[in-house]
Write a new protein. Structure first.
Length: 157
């Protein structure tokens, strides 16, 4: 359903079903205002997990600065909402929340590049520690292996 709504409102976008229908990846272009450039953005979503939103267009980062409100500087993974406030949950449409929030983030990003001042609000947070990222990746790999094992052991009939 999420993918169909995204594709309907963004007919020139790309849409891919992931992991046997358990997730989706949408890739489209956003222009935060009429004089902005186009930014290629993707949203990857697996049911029960928060969407991951990335900007694939290289972003300008002024000397000595770091991108504000991102989970990853190198992957340009955007922080669009505060998870602890339950501002997004799987009952909401990505096209009505995450996509407009990404466009708003890009609007504030463009102003930040010019002024050096982030006006997009939000709560300051640190980048995840490398060891926390490694643990999360290990847990994800374990979960994937367990899923495959169980799927092979108990195939659908």
């Amino acid at each position: 359903m999420q993918g169909a709504r995204l594709k309907t409102l963004f007919p020139l976008s790309e849409f891919t079903v992931l992991k046997h229908g358990l997730g989706i990846k949408w890739k489209g272009c956003l222009r935060p205002n009429p004089i902005s450039q186009l930014y290629q953005v993707s949203v990857t979503y697996f049911q029960g997990k928060p969407p991951i939103t990335k900007v694939h267009t290289p972003l300008i980062i002024p000397d000595g600065k770091k991108l504000p409100h991102v989970y990853s500087q190198t992957k340009q993974e955007l922080c669009l909402y505060y998870p602890k406030n339950n501002e997004w949950y799987s009952g909401l449409w990505i096209v009505e929340t995450i996509v407009p929030w990404a466009s708003e983030w890009l609007y504030h990003y463009e102003n930040w590049v010019v002024t050096g001042d982030w006006k997009g609000g939000g709560i300051e947070h640190e980048q995840p520690r490398e060891e926390d990222v490694a643990i999360a990746i290990a847990k994800e790999k374990f979960s994937n292996r367990l899923f495959k094992l169980l799927k092979n052991r108990y195939p659908r009939t």
